[in-house]
Design a binder for this molecule. Structure first.
Ligand code: SF4
Length: 243
């Protein structure tokens, strides 16, 4: 099957209708990447309804809110997920590159590379397909998101690409999914504590991420044409592999 045939076979599918054939076709070779953030329960619930044993990769950067770790445990328990892998940064690299834990204050790009991009690249070794929960309404690079694409020799699926903020809220409500504890406190998009502020709206939830900086992505995602989004426009390229 050519790459075009592969993409064509999933054309027009989204949500659970896309997840079902993907999880069947890539069984044992596919993983979900989840932040266990404000919108994560929707994708995780869809996956759990099909196969609770699908590997779920969670990047524990060492800078997350305690509430996110509690929420991860709550969702894992409620949804019955059996293979959630909490991935941490390389200890040697942390000592070498961020000994005082303050790298995020001088370079968020280097910090994201150290704590997110490289650990994720290592965790995805051996997987030929990956699923994440980004949506076009998040804006920026995400506006042109495709539900299925090929990037870095891996199939990349975004089953919720066309979902709106209202769709997310309705799905959470109709499936009785618990909100992230910080949503009630005013956070719409939740990443690392030093780089997340309160704010955002239902239709622009990421306004509180790296507030005041050009940066809009942490470096672990792909653009619509398959390029890895690693850096802000102002800075040079960063490596994405190695400890
Ligand atoms: S979001 Fe902030 S704290 Fe987290 S890895 Fe990136 S720069 Fe570091």
């Amino acid at each position: 099957m050519t790459e075009n045939d592969l993409l064509e076979s999933y054309a027009g599918l989204e949500g659970a209708d896309l997840l079902r054939p993907l999880l069947r076709d890539f069984r044992g070779q596919i993983a979900v990447v989840s932040s266990f953030g404000a919108e994560s329960a929707v994708l995780l619930h869809m996956v759990s309804e099909i196969d609770r044993a699908v590997p779920v990769i969670f990047l524990d950067t060492g800078k997350l809110f305690a509430e996110t770790l509690e929420y991860r445990d709550e969702l894992v328990c409620q949804l019955g997920l059996t293979d959630v892998r909490s991935v941490v940064p390389c200890a040697i690299a942390l000592r070498r590159e961020d000994a005082d834990g303050l790298l995020h204050k001088t370079s968020t790009d280097l910090c994201c590379d150290l704590r997110k991009t490289r650990p994720l690249a290592a965790a995805l070794q051996g997987f030929s397909a990956v699923i994440s929960g980004r949506k076009r309404f998040h804006g920026g690079e995400r506006q042109n998101l495709q539900a299925v694409s090929l990037a870095d020799e891996r199939l990349k699926a975004e089953p919720l690409a066309s979902f709106s903020g209202l769709d997310i809220a309705n799905y959470m409500h109709s499936h009785d999914l618990p909100p992230h504890p910080l949503v009630e406190a005013g956070y719409r998009s939740i990443g690392c504590a030093p780089c997340t502020s309160k704010g955002g709206t239902l239709e622009d939830p990421r306004a509180g991420r790296w507030a005041g900086q050009e940066k809009t992505e942490c470096g672990i995602h792909w653009t619509a044409d398959g390029r890895v989004v690693r850096i802000s426009a102002a800075q040079g390229a960063l490596s994405s592999t190695g400890c």
